[in-house]
Design a protein around this ligand. Structure first.
Ligand SMILES: [Fe+2]
Length: 345
């Protein structure tokens, strides 16, 4: 998870009513860029993954920040029932943020290729990999008519793996680190699979990114925090959507460039408010329109290669260009403002 100090929270819906004092006491939860390339999954659609990320995960982050703002503003006269309600909401929202980050981070691999490091750990604690899988999948299927999370979890105290059902976002076990998370809420699969939870579970198992599980297992065994799967290209200057929002709110003259490929933008109805779309395959045709003295923030759909490529080209041509981590999807997840896409694009 990422946090930043909250001197100003802008560009995110519903945050302009916090006071300076509240801002000083609050630590905001940043939107993490989507870690999986959502168009690459086997039998799970880009639309499903992106909707889940922008709406459910983004909503959890926004709720967490809103609840923590309220908590920061409590005074001695706040009744106990209000504090209990807020702390309950904070726990649920925090659980949802963390579990969704783990979920997206453990997708995008070849699920049938379990690495030796994980396979031997599963054999140690479940007898065989097949026995682990039977229990894990069985736990998921038991939630087909309900909702919740199925987690392969490492208990730090017992130093062993076990499968856990968490029937809501707040029920991950004490002392445990989830190393593989399966979201069994209907929003995680209904768009693609309807009520067919079994087909969704099969698809999930085909797409498990075991490399992430290996990293998590190594981290928790070494008493380190679970790593954040982060696809950002650190070889190029970049900025988070929160940093961009703060710059725009202060009136800084940032040129925001939407560089999604034509085939992608043509499927959408909107873009980031204040941005202009330019075809990333025709940079030479529009590069002369840019103001050389103003910084440029470039985004693509998710912050992977397209925005980076355009940023690199602009920098080579002398512009102060940065790409936006997480792309427009992260902006939408944070509740950032949208505008209608001009009909000419
Ligand atoms: Fe979810």
């Amino acid at each position: 998870m990422r946090r930043r100090s909250s001197r100003q929270r802008v560009g995110v819906v519903g945050v302009n009513d916090v006071t300076e004092g509240e801002r000083a006491r609050t630590m905001d939860q940043e939107i993490a860029p989507i870690p999986v390339r959502p168009w690459t999954l086997n039998g799970m659609s880009e639309r499903l993954i992106v909707s889940h990320y922008e709406n459910t995960y983004g909503g959890a982050v926004r709720t967490l920040n809103a609840v923590r703002s309220e908590l920061a503003g409590l005074d001695a006269g706040t009744p106990g029932y209000r504090i209990r309600a807020l702390k309950r909401e904070e726990l649920i929202a925090l659980g949802s943020v963390v579990l969704h980050e783990l979920y997206f981070g453990n997708l995008g691999g070849e699920g049938n290729k379990i690495p030796e490091q994980v396979g031997s750990a599963l054999e140690e604690h479940f007898g065989t990999v097949a026995a682990w899988r039977r229990e894990f999948v069985g736990a998921a299927q038991s939630l087909a008519d309900g909702s919740g999370w199925v987690l392969l979890t490492y208990s730090r105290r017992q130093k062993r793996l076990w499968n856990q059902i968490a029937s809501d976002h707040s029920q991950a076990a004490v002392d445990a680190a989830p190393v593989l998370a399966l979201d069994m809420y209907e929003h995680a699969y209904h768009l693609d699979f309807g009520a067919n939870a079994t087909a969704y579970i099969d698809a999930f198992m085909r797409n498990v990114n075991w490399a992430a599980v290996v990293e998590r297992l190594a981290a928790v065994r070494a008493d380190r925090s679970l790593p954040q799967e982060d696809p950002s290209d650190r070889s190029l200057p970049s900025l988070s959507i929160e940093e961009l929002a703060a710059q725009l709110a202060k009136g800084e003259p940032v040129q925001v460039l939407d560089a999604r490929p034509r085939h992608h933008i043509s499927r959408t109805v909107d873009l980031m408010a204040g941005a202009i779309w330019r075809d990333p395959d025709r940079v030479e045709e529009w590069i002369g329109e840019l103001s050389p003295g103003q910084p440029i923030a470039v985004y693509c759909a998710y912050g992977f290669h397209v925005g980076c490529n355009v940023t690199r080209t602009l920098r080579e041509r002398g512009f102060d260009a940065r790409y936006i981590r997480g792309g427009v999807s992260a902006w939408y997840a944070a509740g950032g403002a949208r505008a209608m896409r001009p009909a000419s694009t």
